[in-house]
Design a protein around this ligand. Sequence first.
Ligand code: ATP
Length: 238
Amino acid sequence: MSSLLAVEDLQAGYGNLSVLHGISFELNAGEVGAMVGANGAGKSTTLRCLSGLLRPRAGTIIFAGEDISNLPAHRIVELGLVQVPEGRLLFPAMSVRENLMLGAFLPEPRKRMSQSMDAVLSYFPALREKLDLPAGSLSGGQQQMVAVGRALMSRPKLLVLDEPSLGIAPLLVREIFENIEKLAAGGLAILLIEQNIGNALSLSQRAWVIENGAIVMQGSGRELLDDPRIQAAYLGIQ
Ligand code: ATP
């Protein structure tokens, strides 16, 4: 079976700055993949290329059997690769329900709006009683659920999460990672960038360490967690 996502020798940058120097990785349906690395290593740049927000300078990105390297962002969303941005970008004055419905704006997802809404509410039951409240009135953790829920409304095959635990109260962080596991168990592929490296690696089937725009280590999340170099560099374990 070929991978859902196959990135091959991806190179990208901004103006004269070359950031990604040939990144290759793969992810299958139902897998969680985590990208870890210091600030400025190139993680967000990789995600921007996947989502069509930055055009790669070289390399290929094959998603669901199609070369998406040069497709516009909206076509990539239509194919089922959907990113939840860092900072979540909800419409705070609109209700939770309206924010969710915005995720189903494409013709196909729109036809299945009520089915998708049911699925989202079964993943995030806490949102059921908040549907008519302004999204901005919810806690950070619940706003995160709305942002993920909105992405799910578009019926993605791959969900890309940029720092899902950023700014979330520590007690709720665990819930976020549990939800990620639940979604993957339902067959969705999830690619995430996380500062919360211990949590991210512990649930990832595949993980990559990026340094200076190149993958310097890879393995299952468990393998990387057990690696003394990762423990020293990223987990503060000596
Ligand atoms: P962070 O966690 O800080 O976002 P990152 O691994 O996601 O780190 P990137 O955001 O991909 O790193 O940044 C990689 C490099 O590209 C950095 O040197 C950064 O300064 C540069 N960079 C990022 N965005 C731009 C941009 N829009 N224009 C110019 N340079 C940029």
